[in-house]
Write a protein that binds this ligand. Structure first.
Ligand code: NAD
Length: 444
């Protein structure tokens, strides 16, 4: 599972040879450790005239323990720009004027965050100018070096106060492998409540994680447990031993269940109600691949993938909602894939199911909003797991290197993104699909 090439680049020989030959030199990404400072230096904050976010953001950054400066120096851990004042394409010059002199000052694993107004909520020239920001941020993501990332956050009018959890996530090392993403906060302008303790935002919550015995699911269980949730770790009976280990490690419960069984939604609803009085967070992580080109694919190979990766999740959601098992303000989180965005050879079944997860988010967002809840998904790119270790060497190398960060992500990177969605302060983050892919070129 180790990225041997990246290890080589850090060795004495690698340090000498790699720059000489102009080979890819993936940075060591800063990752979250409890107690670590929010940023390794100051954040430079700027705004286009007439912006509505600058003051609110400044207060939010201060609360997060971040040093905010308004005068540029030669080194910044983050550059944050409120572009909500940009109402006309001519005013895009404000974006250039802010970033041009300071873009080289962004430190290792630094952060660029641009905030705007959702184009669909604006009209005419403002809509065009706001939409244009996407091209800027995606290009900056490709130009930044040393593990730095760029993101665009569209904040609806009225949702200014609800951006804090998103800013904290994007500026922190928790978003290490999230790059060049466009996030929407509060198109329904819901109010979000800050957790009593930002280090334990999920205290008192019950979280169900499917496929939790290994890989990404085990990492999700650990991170949600770290954040204070009681985790119900679910997997098929054949994975029972590993499942118990994960559940014990996070102080949660193990539930052996095949989610594709006809009575699984019923059993799950009963278990969650009788043992825990319901559930607050549902993470549909269980997933399988049965790769074959379409002409070689059996009916069984098609059906099983659609069943695990999509159909069973819909059945579970419907049962948990209709039975009021999912608490009001509940969260449903899907795990899509960049294959579901870009398509992939040999994965018509898998990509169909994962694109369907995006459809599930689209359809579910207004439904969940009716309960004060949210539904969002992550779309992982190349993540270092047993699944990707089995990929042939050259394809594996391409999967790692063909991205702005030049490496694969870790299961924890997907888990941290899910924990941001689950945070009570993320109540206005609804209907998003965020790629955790290091800005992979696939489907870019
Ligand atoms: P994995 O195979 O290691 O883990 C998947 C887990 O789901 C396994 O423990 C498995 O037993 C469980 N599962 C399968 N069928 C089930 C069923 N019917 N009922 C209950 N549990 C079931 O895979 P992973 O790499 O950790 O991937 C986790 C999720 O992330 C999947 O949805 C996968 O499609 C997605 N994903 C992974 C990557 C990657 O690079 N690894 C990339 C994109 C998306």
């Amino acid at each position: 599972m180790a990225d041997r090439y990246q290890q080589f680049t850090k060795s004495p020989v690698g340090k000498f040879v790699v720059p000489k030959l102009g080979l890819p030199n993936p940075a060591t990404l800063r990752r979250y450790k409890p107690g670590q400072p929010a940023l390794e230096g100051p954040a430079l904050l700027g705004a286009a005239p007439g912006g509505r976010l600058e003051k609110v953001i400044e207060a939010q950054l201060h609360r997060a323990g971040i040093e905010v400066v308004s005068t540029a120096s030669d080194k910044h851990a983050a550059l944050v720009f409120d572009a909500t004042g940009v109402k006309d394409p001519k005013q895009l010059r404000e974006v250039y004027d802010f970033f041009h002199p300071v873009i080289r000052s962004v430190g290792p694993s630094g952060r660029v965050v641009v905030l705007g107004t959702p184009p669909e909520l604006a009209e005419g020239h403002e809509r065009i100018a706001q939409r244009a920001l996407e091209g800027f941020v995606r290009s900056v993501g490709k130009e930044l070096k040393r593990g730095a990332t760029a993101q665009l956050v569209y904040v609806a009018e009225g949702a200014e106060e609800a951006t804090e959890s998103t800013l904290r996530f994007l500026l922190s090392s928790k978003s290490a492998f999230v790059d060049a993403q466009v996030i929407r906060v509060g198109t329904e302008t819901k109010t979000a409540s800050a957790p009593a303790d930002w280090a334990k935002p999920l205290d008192g919550k019950v979280a169900l994680v499917t496929g939790a015995s290994r890989g990404i699911g085990a990492a999700i269980a650990e991170v949600l447990g770290r954040d204070g949730a009681h985790v119900v770790a679910l997997d098929i009976p054949a994975q029972g031993a590993d499942l118990s280990k994960v559940a014990n490690k996070v102080g949660g419960s193990a539930l052996q269940l095949d989610i594709t069984a006809a009575d699984a939604p019923e059993k799950l609803a009963e278990y969650l109600t009788t043992r825990h009085g319901g559930v607050d967070i549902v993470v549909h992580n269980a997933g399988i691949t049965r790769d074959k080109t379409l002409g070689n694919m059996t009916e069984g190979g098609w059906d099983s993938v659609i069943s695990v990766n999509l159909a069973s999740q819909l059945a579970v959601n419907e049962k948990l909602l209709s039975g009021k098992v999912l608490h009001d303000n509940g969260r449903i989180i899907g795990v899509s894939s960049i294959a579901g965005i870009a398509g992939n050879v040999g994965q018509t079944n898998y990509a169909t199911s994962k694109a369907g997860v995006i459809g599930m988010v689209n359809v579910g967002a207004p439904v969940l909003a009716g309960y004060g809840g949210t539904i969002n998904a992550v779309a992982p790119g190349f993540i270092e797991t047993k699944m990707t270790a089995a990929v042939p060497l050259f394809i594996r190398e391409a999967g790692r290197r063909l991205s702005s960060l030049g490496q694969g992500g870790l299961p924890v990177d997907v888990a941290e993104t899910i924990a941001w969605y689950a945070n009570p302060a993320s109540a206005a983050v609804n209907g998003n699909v965020v790629r955790v892919c290091g800005q992979a070129l696939l489907g870019a």
